[in-house]
Each structure stands twice: as structure tokens, then as C-alpha cells.
Design a binder for this molecule. Structure first.
Ligand code: FE
Ligand code: FE
Ligand code: ZN
Length: 201
């Protein structure tokens, strides 16, 4: 297929995204299964439902263009998913695993945010009002998913992972509450504080 117009390029990019989303429909359940945090697992399950919707939106748009959504493989998403899968094979502490899963998932969301930002702009220039509306809806979902992952990381999962390298995990439950309460106020990390305590004694 030769690309001569912006419309051709839009179709090309949408085929790429269609492949990307369908790969994610396969990958998200595996990430949910590997997550230990209930909130993180719920985030993946919720985003899986959204991703299925996103696949349908691309089908709707392509149908309105008289094009097939199939015929292309998103190599970018293939690489990101493979990287994530490889990470799942690592022998990692549960909290460190959760932090790493978030990192992998945010790379995916950023790829999608970049891609949907582009197709939204093409749809806008080409005057595809309905397609634009659908694509913007998806873009917003990707941004929210990314923000929620940031919140989960900042709200405790990274702190738990940081703590794991220094102490036994038997008091993780205690840290969980503590991390949630303190992270946003730039409180000293558990390790820093326990060292300070030791120094004073
Ligand atoms: Fe998506
Ligand atoms: Fe791609
Ligand atoms: Zn997404």
C-alpha cells in the first residue's frame, strides 16, 4: 500500500494501533495475574475492559473509512510486551515485582498516548469529527491509566519495594499504611529514618 495522503497515513497508524490494542488484550490478564497488590490488579482488570472497547472503536472508525483494521503488526508494542513478559520471569520479591510491572505498563501507556495523540491530530485536520471523538475518548483513558499507575507507585508500591532490600518483609503490612500516609509529604523513607534512629541511639 502506497501512502500518498494524510488519510493514508491515518489508516496506516490506526492499523498499527489496532494491532497494539489486540496485543494488549492478550497481555493485560498476564500482568493482572502477576500483580500482588489488589489495587494494581484491579487497575489492570479495569484497563483490560477499556482496551476491549478501544479495539471496537478502531473497528468502527475503519469501517466508516471503508478500510480493514487488520494487516499490520505493531512492532513497538510487540517489543514492549516482550520486555514486560521477560520481566515477569525474573525472580523478584513481590513488591519489587509490582513496581517493575508498573514500570513496564507505563511504557505501554506512553507508547499509546503518543500514538493516539498523533491520530487525533490527523483526524482533526482531516475533519473526521466522529472518529476524532472516539480517538479522544481512548486517549483520555490511556492518560488516566497512566496517572493511576503513577499514583499506585507513588502511593506505596515503590516505597514497599525500596524497603524490601533492607528489611525482612514480615512488617510489610505496617509499611503499607505508613507509605500511603507519608509518601506525598516527602517524609523520609523507612530506611533513611531507621538509620537516623540508629544513629541517635
Ligand atoms: Fe489502549
Ligand atoms: Fe506501533
Ligand atoms: Zn492503555
Amino acid at each position: 500500500m502506497s501512502l500518498e495522503t494524510l488519510q493514508d497515513l491515518l489508516v496506516h497508524e490506526l492499523k498499527d494501533l489496532y494491532s497494539a490494542e489486540r496485543q494488549l488484550v492478550q497481555a493485560l490478564p498476564k500482568m493482572a495475574k502477576a500483580a500482588s497488590s489488589d489495587e494494581l490488579r484491579a487497575a489492570f482488570e479495569n484497563h483490560l475492559a477499556q482496551t476491549e472497547e478501544q479495539v471496537t472503536r478502531i473497528e468502527t472508525i475503519m469501517e466508516s473509512f471503508g478500510e480493514s483494521p487488520k494487516g499490520q503488526k505493531c512492532a513497538g508494542m510487540e517489543g514492549l510486551v516482550e520486555e514486560g513478559k521477560n520481566f515477569l520471569k525474573e525472580d523478584a520479591d513481590t513488591d519489587v515485582m509490582d513496581a517493575g510491572i508498573i514500570a513496564a505498563a507505563q511504557k505501554v501507556e506512553h507508547y499509546e498516548i503518543a500514538s493516539y495523540g498523533t491520530v487525533c491530530e490527523y483526524a482533526r485536520i482531516l475533519g473526521h469529527t466522529e472518529a476524532l471523538q472516539l480517538l479522544e475518548q481512548t486517549l483520555e483513558e490511556e492518560k488516566s491509566a497512566d496517572e493511576l499507575l503513577s499514583k499506585l507507585a507513588e502511593g506505596g508500591i515503590n516505597a514497599l519495594a525500596e524497603r524490601d532490600g533492607n528489611e525482612d518483609s514480615e512488617d510489610d503490612e505496617e509499611v503499607k499504611g505508613e507509605a500511603k500516609a507519608t509518601t506525598r509529604r516527602n517524609a523520609p523513607k523507612p530506611r533513611a529514618r531507621s538509620r537516623a534512629t540508629k544513629a541517635r541511639n
